[in-house]
Each structure stands twice: as C-alpha cells, then as structure tokens.
Write a protein that binds this ligand. Structure first.
Ligand SMILES: NC(=O)c1ccc[n+]([C@@H]2O[C@H](COP(=O)([O-])OP(=O)(O)OC[C@H]3O[C@@H](n4cnc5c(N)ncnc54)[C@H](O)[C@@H]3O)[C@@H](O)[C@H]2O)c1
Length: 392
C-alpha cells in the first residue's frame, strides 16, 4: 500500500486554513489519496472539492453514505467538536482509521466512547494537537523532563485571536458554521491547545479546574451581535500543587500584531521558561502595518509546498497510520498511540470541567462570570461510572 485512501468529513475553516495544504501541497501529500469528501454544506463542499477536482460523485452530503459508497482506509473528522464522536465511532467500527483535529471531543463521555471504539475495533485513532510538534514546546518538554528546571510551580498562558475570527459581521466569515462562536467557546477552540501543550511539558494530572469568562465585546457588536464569549481564564491545579492560568479569547482589535497573540511563562523551582510563541523572529512591516509572521507553524515555500508544524504534526500521524496498515508498526508503538494521555483525554477533561465551572458559576452584572471550582476526579467518576477506573 503506497497511500492511505482518505475520506474527509467536514470541509470548513480548518480544512481551508491547514488541511488542504497537507493533503495536496506538502511533503506528506504522497502518503495520501483524497478519495471523497462529505459535508452537509454544499458551499463548504465545493469550496474544498472544486479546486482539487474531486469528482461530483465523490462529494457527499452525508458521511454515512460516503463511508458506504467509497473504498477507504481512513477518515479525517473535521466537524465541530460536539460532532467528533459519532463519525469517529462509526468509522472505527467500519474498519477505518481516524484522525481528528484537536480536541479529541468536547465531553469526557464522548472521548471515552471514541477511545473505547478504537480499542475494541483494533483500528487506530489519532489527534492532531499541532503544538506538540512546535519545536519550542518540544524543547521545553525535553528539558523539563530531564530535570533542568526542577519542579513545576506556576504558569500563565495566553492565546487571544483577533476579533475578525469571531465577528459575525466580518466578511467573509472565518468559520463555516454561522453559530460556531456561540456553540464553541474560546475554551474548546483555544484553551485546549495550551492545556495540551502544558500537559505535554509537565506530564502532571489535573486535580481541580475553575474558569472565569467575559461576555462583553461580542455582545456589543453591530449590526449583528453574538452571544459568544469574548475571553476565558481557566485555572487548573495539579497533583503536585502546581497552578496554571490559561487565558484565551477572540476579541483583540484586528490591528493586533498576529492573528493569534500567544505566549506562556512557566515558573519552576530551579528556573523559568518564556515561550514567545507569537514572536518567532520574523517581523514584517507592510502596507497593513507591523505583523509577526510564524513560518514555524505554516510556511508557504517558493516551490508551492507548505511546511511547518501545523502540517508536520498531522502528516507524521498519517505516516503512522500508513505504517500500521502495512503491518510495520510494533505492538508497543500501537499501544502507546492509544494511550489516553497521548489521545488528549485529560485535555478534554479540563475542557468539560471548565465549561461545567462556568455553567455553575456566578454571573456578575456587566457580563463577567466567576465559575465554581470543579473536582476533576469526581467529574470523571460522575461521567464514566465504573469505566472511570481505566483513567484514574
Ligand atoms: N488544528 C487546529 O488548530 C484547528 C484549527 C481550527 C479548527 N480546529 C478543529 O477543527 C474542527 C472543525 O473546526 P472548523 O474551524 O473547521 O469549523 P467550521 O464550522 O468552519 O467547519 C465545520 C464543518 O463541518 C461541517 N459539518 C457539520 N456537521 C457535519 C456532518 N454531520 N458531516 C460532515 N460535515 C459536517 C460543517 O458544515 C462545516 O463545513 C473543530 O474540532 C475545531 O476545534 C482545529
């Protein structure tokens, strides 16, 4: 087998911004053959299929029909977070391998169902947390694990998008789904990136989660306002007493120096790490003003190919799926791929705990919400009952 025969489920903004480059213009494109695509939105489907000549009879409004009508080895599930579970479980049970963009799922129950379906079907499930391939995060993780900084104590993470990402008045709209910002908070869209990056560095298990949110800027937009949340702070405590604050949102002025303004500072007993994630050393002064460009994430090469960790992380995961299909993957590596930590189970736990914290919090006059503290172990037990033992 030279290439994985791939079906694409969901062809919205993440496909436009990242995955079409992976499928058709990257060093990893030779591993893949995009056989078919499914999306109930005809506009999203043709925006993806037309430029790449995907035949009309390989374009489906239903992924169920795509799976039964096309010979496939794997699918990529690019639907909104709350819709990862159903296509993933169906695909795994139909004998297909699956890649999902982060997060694995938006609830602990859905994450467990997906992990369980992978284990019982014997197929592989992989999650594209692209920050795990950012060389700065990898280096910080390697040095932390080696003991260079001592014991983790505190960290603060920022990931704040320009308003244009969430603004329903911005043309063209960033998200294909018109209600994306109301159905997906900055916690599900952005906090999960930073939570996963932190977990990949320190390798500690979360103990409590408490979130705060601000619903002020998006509500004031005209002519269309949004019920979505501007910004959230997710406070996570860990088993060693360490604390993290993860601040994420999508309401910075469009004049910001990067589409995503992001950084982190970690403080440990023997040292400190500053991750200037949005200052990779390429500052541009052009007609639109000063912009920080991040070629580490997504780099358009002179030969038309696209590189960077946004591409290499899913590309390497597809390399693994192909090796497994060829029978070249040792059992130990396969088991490691299906480990809950590798699959981002604890990141989904932080996500659900933060959403629960806000739902049971106090709404203050003026649009701020101070969430209640959520005990992580109790939440996992509440959601999974007897199955919780597999994770605790
Ligand atoms: N890797 C990253 O950094 C990154 C970036 C953006 C989004 N994401 C993730 O990618 C996923 C999709 O996000 P997006 O930004 O593309 O959202 P989007 O709303 O722009 O696109 C989602 C697409 O899924 C389609 N869809 C909905 N139900 C479907 C179904 N039953 N079958 C097939 N298609 C269906 C919608 O019509 C839409 O075209 C989310 O999980 C999101 O968190 C990851």
């Amino acid at each position: 087998m030279d290439r994985l025969r791939l079906g694409i489920i969901g062809t919205g903004s993440v496909v436009r911004e990242i995955y079409r480059h992976l499928y058709f213009h990257s060093d990893y494109s030779r591993l893949l053959s995009v056989e078919a695509a499914a999306d109930p939105s005809a506009a999203a489907l043709s925006a993806f299929c037309d430029p790449y000549g995907i035949p009309l009879d390989r374009r489906y409004s239903s992924y169920v029909e795509m799976m039964s009508g096309t010979e496939l080895d794997a699918v990529q599930v690019n639907t909104p977070d709350s819709l990862h579970e159903e296509p993933t479980v169906r695909a795994l049970r139909s004998g297909l391998d699956v890649l999902v963009p982060k997060p694995l799922a938006d609830t602990i129950g859905a994450a467990h169902a997906m992990i369980d379906a992978a284990r019982t079907s014997g197929r592989l499930l992989v999650v594209d947390f692209h920050k795990r391939d950012d060389p700065r995060i990898r280096e910080a993780a390697a040095r932390y694990r080696r003991g260079d900084y001592g014991e983790y104590q505190c960290s603060v993470w920022y990931m704040l998008d320009k308003l244009m990402v969430a603004d329903p008045n911005h043309e063209p709209r960033f998200f294909a789904s018109p209600d994306f910002v109301e159905k997906n908070s900055p916690i599900s869209f952005l906090t999960v990136h930073m939570a996963d990056a932190l977990l990949s560095i320190i390798g500690l298990r979360p103990v409590t989660v408490r979130a705060s949110s601000w619903n002020q800027k998006l509500a004031s937009l005209r002519p269309i306002s949004s019920k979505g949340c501007d910004m959230c702070d997710t406070e996570v405590t860990f088993e060693n007493g360490g604390i993290a604050h993860i601040l994420t949102g999508w309401h910075l002025p469009n004049s910001a120096h990067a589409t995503t303004v992001q950084s982190a500072r970690l403080i440990c007993t023997n040292g400190m790490v500053d991750l200037g994630l949005d200052t990779p050393g390429f500052r541009e002064l052009a007609a639109e003003g000063i912009q920080e460009r991040n070629p580490l994430f997504r780099n358009f090469e002179p030969d038309g190919s696209v590189s960077g960790y946004g591409i290499s992380r899913p590309g390497r995961l597809y390399g693994k799926l192909l090796r497994a299909r060829r029978g070249e993957m040792p059992a130990q590596e396969r088991d490691q791929l299906l480990d809950p930590v590798e699959l981002g189970f604890w990141t989904t736990v932080i996500l659900q705990a933060a959403e629960k914290s806000l739902a049971s919090g106090d709404c203050l006059p003026g649009g701020a919400t101070r969430g209640a503290q959520v005990d992580v172990e109790a939440l996992v037990r509440e959601e999974l009952g007897g199955d919780a033992a597999a994770y605790l």
